[in-house]
Design a protein around this ligand. Structure first.
Ligand SMILES: Nc1nc2c(c(=O)[nH]1)N[C@H]1C(S)=C(S)[C@@H](COP(=O)(O)O)O[C@H]1N2
Ligand SMILES: [Mo]
Length: 322
């Protein structure tokens, strides 16, 4: 599992964005503010040598296995164009209202089909494994996408601690409900709390990530603070935000979107350009922030992660299990 390869990438494609992100990190570690983005004649090599050793929660190291070599979407777009219905259905509602959500103290209950059920404090979860920076695509069912430098580690690290039993076939993520702090709860579109789920082998795949930060900073509330999942080969709605409970189950959990509209959203929700949503095509996507005249890009099977995950669905009818 840990030996899968990153997609083949020409070194010429890697350089600019890797340098850009790495330089940004050195700048942070050196305490240089965002204003001083020029290198001022200091070579990148010199800066690298003078950078202190990585330390602290969000000095995450880029994991080269989990990178896609596309320009990350701007921090502004990632934090102001969101889906988080607890705060409203508009794209700017989460950035406008999520500030009211209380993210500390925060506990995460892990229970169900596990030998060692446990309630974790969020601070302990942040320390459970070294933070890695992984650049993933997030592809929304609404046919837009972003490229996001997340910080966190594989969900499997947490699951191994609680020892799933042999009856654990699925995993359910229950997300926060804070009456008074979440204006979107007044809309009864969703039977709150928002619930998501995966099959256990999907949850154990190293790509499935517990996320605590982005762009080298603590996760903003609108992106799912203090902890969310990122499942990069599935439509964005599979990645539950602001998780308070993780339950291992024998039966497939009833998750929010298939419950609302079973003909439009199914449990698997793997990104698949060949299976259209009943009301629109999934063949192409609009990359947020790429500009008004930028062409739409072709949507890739499993969002580009086929090599890592296609085997999980061998023998399944992907039109039935969409
Ligand atoms: N709790 C919760 N999690 C959620 C949602 C939500 O409404 N509530 N929306 C989902 C959808 S549809 C998408 S596309 C992604 C968006 O994540 P982002 O806003 O950080 O890009 O979050 C997912 N997780
Ligand atoms: Mo979405």
């Amino acid at each position: 599992m840990s030996h899968f390869k990153a997609p083949p990438i020409a070194p010429s494609e890697i350089t600019p964005e890797r340098v850009w992100l790495a330089r940004r990190r050195w700048m942070q570690q050196l305490g240089v503010g965002a204003v001083a983005l020029g290198t001022g004649g200091l070579s990148l090599r010199a800066m690298a040598q003078s950078a202190p050793a990585a330390s602290g929660l969000f000095a995450a190291k880029p994991n080269p296995v989990y990178q896609i070599m596309e320009k990350p979407t701007s921090e502004k777009d990632i934090t102001s164009y969101n889906n988080f219905y607890e705060f409203g259905t508009g794209k700017s509602d989460p950035s406008n209202y999520a500030g009211a959500m209380k993210t500390s103290p925060w506990k995460v209950i892990v229970e169900g089909e596990v030998a060692k059920p446990r309630t974790f404090d969020i601070d302990d979860l942040r320390k459970l494994a070294p933070m890695e920076e992984r650049v993933y695509r997030l592809r929304c069912v609404e046919a837009w996408s972003m490229v996001i430098p997340w910080e966190g580690y594989s969900l499997s690290t947490l699951l191994k601690q609680v020892e799933p039993t042999s009856r654990a076939k699925y995993i359910e993520f229950v997300t926060a409900v804070q009456p008074g702090n979440m204006p979107g709860l007044a809309d009864r579109i969703i039977d709150w709390p928002y619930v998501e789920g995966l099959r256990i082998d999907e949850a154990m795949n190293p790509l499935t990530m517990l996320v605590f930060g982005l762009y080298g900073k603590t996760l903003p509330n609108q992106d799912g603070a203090p902890m969310r999942v990122a499942v990069p080969w599935k439509y964005g709605f599979k990645s539950g935000k602001s998780i308070v409970k993780i339950r291992l189950t024998e039966k497939q959990p009833v998750t929010s979107w298939p419950k609302i509209a079973p003909t439009e959203y199914a449990f698997y929700a793997n990104v698949n350009p060949k299976v259209p949503h009943p009301r629109w095509s999934q063949a192409t996507e609009r990359r947020i922030g790429s500009g008004f005249f930028a062409p739409r890009v072709d949507t890739l099977m499993y969002n580009g992660y086929a090599e890592q995950v296609a085997a999980l669905y061998q023998g399944m009818d992907l039109r039935k299990n969409f």
